[in-house]
Design a protein around this ligand. Structure first.
Ligand code: ADP
Length: 263
């Protein structure tokens, strides 16, 4: 705790008034540490592709100057690194935009059937590319919640994209939307390798990745589920993760009853 003593008036003698206040510093310190850890991690994540770019530029200007085959190969790698930096920056900007809106209540009626169908349609090419079929079990709409359409679109985009990326090629993924009593459940299930238990509580941490190799190969930044968590907090919705190694994973978004508007 930090104690502050404030002199309230200039009157001298025994009538002088003071204000004594205490402030809990542990929470402030924790937040401050989280913020500086985040900046350190973000800088490191951006520095890695940047260092690789600098290295290739140097090689192209020097030893590989006249090596045409090497040049094509290096330029391709450089383009991938630049794309990776762009993805990181996009995700960082998304996080900061969402944080800025965290205290503004969501107020629009958003029909989840439209959002899920739209996202499933838009991710079909990626799914096909990865050999995954998206199966839909979506209630006939509308199934509305109070929310922010763009943010909810981003939630399901991240979850369905993850299911495609980390699911099993040749198997399907299931996108489901249903009413469960007064709640609404929207879930994305895959039949991929699953996630070992010890990683599950940490999945929504910024930059947390279960396997760096798989995530890198799948163009991951480790920010997708952190973005999902922030958006869902603003919507007072919960994310429930179930996973079994060797069987697959499901990510379920539960919308609270008081947020519903039955239509
Ligand atoms: P990324 O950009 O790396 O995909 P996310 O925050 O979306 O970042 O996910 C964090 C990590 O959680 C991923 O790198 C991956 O290791 C793991 N993960 C996420 N979704 C799944 C899934 N459906 N199956 C297995 N692992 C997953």
């Amino acid at each position: 705790y930090r104690a502050t003593v404030l002199l309230l008036d200039q009157a001298g003698g025994a009538n002088r008034q003071y204000l004594l206040s205490f402030r809990d510093q542990t929470e402030a310190h924790r937040l401050e540490r989280m913020r500086s850890d985040f900046i350190a991690n973000a800088s490191h994540e951006l520095r890695t592709p940047l260092a690789s770019l600098s290295g290739f530029i140097e090689t192209l200007r020097g030893p590989a100057r006249n090596d045409e085959a090497a040049r094509d190969n290096f330029l391709e790698i450089m383009q991938k690194q630049a794309e990776r930096m762009a993805r990181l920056i996009d995700d960082l900007l998304s996080l900061s935009r969402i944080e800025m809106k965290a205290h503004i209540a969501v107020k629009d009626q958003v029909d989840l059937t439209t959002v899920l169908n739209h996202v499933a349609d838009s991710l079909k090419p990626l799914a096909t590319n990865l050999g995954v079929e998206i199966e839909r079990h979506i209630e006939p709409g509308p199934v509305s919640v109070l929310g922010d359409r763009d943010e909810l679109t981003q939630v399901f985009q991240n979850l369905i994209e993850n299911a495609c990326k980390y699911g099993q090629s040749g198997k399907k993924i299931i996108v489901e939307l249903k009413r469960a009593g007064e709640s609404i459940k929207a879930s994305v299930q895959d039949f991929g390798p699953g996630i070992p238990d010890e990683h599950i509580p940490r999945l929504t941490e910024r930059f947390y990745r279960v396997s760096l190799e798989t995530s890198r190969a799948q163009k991951g930044t480790g920010l997708g589920l952190a973005i999902v968590k922030h958006i869902l907090t603003r919507h007072r919705a919960r994310l429930v993760v179930r996973s079994k190694v060797g069987e697959g994973s499901s990510f379920t978004v539960m919308f609270e009853p008081q947020k519903l508007e039955r239509t």
